[in-house]
Design a protein around this ligand. Structure first.
Ligand code: AP5
Ligand code: ZN
Length: 217
């Protein structure tokens, strides 16, 4: 399946994507993780992206679209993918449609994770991620690692993302409501959107997501 995951910062997109990708045997493609990997390797793309991410703003399309295109062109994405964090504005959504149409394919589903703002703020405040692999995500209260500060999956050090500070989170939420949320209407017009509540246990949300996705398959 070809799926786009959408929802405000901290909704649990990365957390759900890990389980959904495994269950559906498709790669999890997160533009946020791709940017963070570039930042830790000190690439020119990473240095450029970091300026915007630090401030909670979207990275410009000229940088983001090329990177997403390259990743989608890799062989493991040929039979399906779970996109997390891309597209993030209407222009990116339209370019994605064009890229897929050129291959004679299209999206199957857009999964919209709904979470009230107060919950998002709590989730972000307690989030800790792994220095070795930013897709390893924990929460100090809701999904604490076995040993404080240490990643259960690879033993890497856990830290708080620089853009998870309160003032930056506010900017990220504004960017989401102003620029990203409109893509839901765009996809709704194509009959692709399933909106589910992302409240409750991680496993409950995964079950809800799989049910919704099976209807679109
Ligand atoms: P990105 O990394 O995509 O960040 P985001 O969209 O803000 O999403 P988050 O990673 O904050 O949250 P999430 O929904 O994945 O939540 P998570 O699973 O971690 O983007 C970062 C930046 O990169 C952007 O600001 C932008 O600058 C740039 N960027 C990326 N893509 C771009 C694009 N396409 N165009 C332009 N710029 C782009 O969960 C959050 C916490 O909650 C965790 O601690 C988790 O353990 C916990 N949790 C999860 N589920 C539950 C649950 N059910 N109950 C309790 N706790 C839970
Ligand atoms: Zn790790």
């Amino acid at each position: 399946m070809r799926i786009v995951l959408v929802g405000p910062p901290g909704a649990g997109k990365g957390t759900q994507a890990q389980f959904l990708a495994k269950e559906l045997s498709i790669p999890h493609i997160s533009t946020g993780d791709l940017f963070r990997a570039n930042i830790s390797q000190g690439t020119p793309l990473g240095l450029e992206a970091q300026k915007y991410m630090k401030a909670g703003r979207l990275v410009p399309d000229e940088v983001t679209i090329g990177m997403a295109r390259d990743r989608l062109g890799q062989p493991d994405a040929a039979a399906g993918f779970l996109l997390d964090g891309f597209p993030r504005n209407l222009h990116q959504a339209k370019v994605l449609d064009e890229v897929l149409a050129a291959e004679g394919i299209a999206l199957d589903a857009v999964l919209d994770l709904e979470v009230p703002e107060e919950e998002v703020v709590k989730r972000i405040a307690g989030r800790r991620i792994c220095r070795r692999d930013s897709s390893h995500v924990f929460h100090v209260d809701y999904s604490a690692p076995r040993q404080e500060g240490v990643c259960d999956e690879c033993g890497g050090e856990l830290y708080q993302r620089e853009d998870d500070r309160e003032d930056t989170v506010r900017t990220r939420l504004e960017e989401y409501y102003n620029l990203t949320e409109p893509i839901i209407g765009y996809y709704r017009a194509q009959g692709l959107v399933s909106t589910i509540s992302a409240l409750g246990k991680v496993s409950e949300v995964t079950e809800r997501a799989l049910l919704a996705l099976r209807e679109k398959a």
